[in-house]
Design a protein. Structure first.
Length: 162
């Protein structure tokens, strides 16, 4: 599947989660030479250090697994904390950076606006830095730690999709 196909699929999944009244957990679909993984990253948004730790661990996981692309889907606020809520999907590979935003209208019933595509220029370059570089290295001790964190019973279990 292409990044765009995965993004559209993930937006549909997230829309169904919202319609069911459940919280949206940031979800990563990570493509590697050995297959595709799904990782959910729950953290307290009021604690930025938890978010930073999750990003660091995901970046190291992608290095370990030699990731070639990923799609992140999450709920976000557009602008100030009092502004609109939206679903964001960001797809990143070595040669592509694309985004999709859909605004949330929390009325009864819940509704979503039409999706809006974002260009590479509208997406923070920091997303691209999460993928492993050609010079990335990982040591055995770190592999053991990552295997524990992303293992079946780990705090960020990586579910193998393919």
């Amino acid at each position: 599947m292409s990044l765009v196909d995965i993004m559209i699929d993930q937006m549909g999944n997230t829309r169904r989660i919202l319609e069911d009244g459940k919280p949206v957990v940031p979800t990563w679909i990570i493509a590697t030479p050995e297959g595709t993984y799904r990782v959910c990253t729950e953290f307290d948004a009021a604690k930025p250090e938890q978010r930073e730790r999750a990003l660091l661990l995901l970046s190291r996981f992608m290095t370990w697994r030699l990731a070639i692309s990923f799609v992140l889907t999450a709920e976000m606020r557009l602008g100030t904390p009092q502004s609109e809520e939206a679903i964001l999907a960001v797809g990143v590979s070595r040669h592509e950076r694309v985004g999709l935003v859909q605004r949330i209208r929390r009325r009864d019933p819940l509704s979503l606006t039409s999706p809006e595509w974002l260009t590479a220029e509208q997406i923070d370059e920091k997303y691209s830095c999460l993928l492993p570089s050609r010079k990335s290295e990982i040591i055995a001790d770190e592999i053991a730690e990552l295997a524990s964190i992303f293992g079946e019973d780990g705090e960020m279990a990586a579910e193998r999709l393919s």
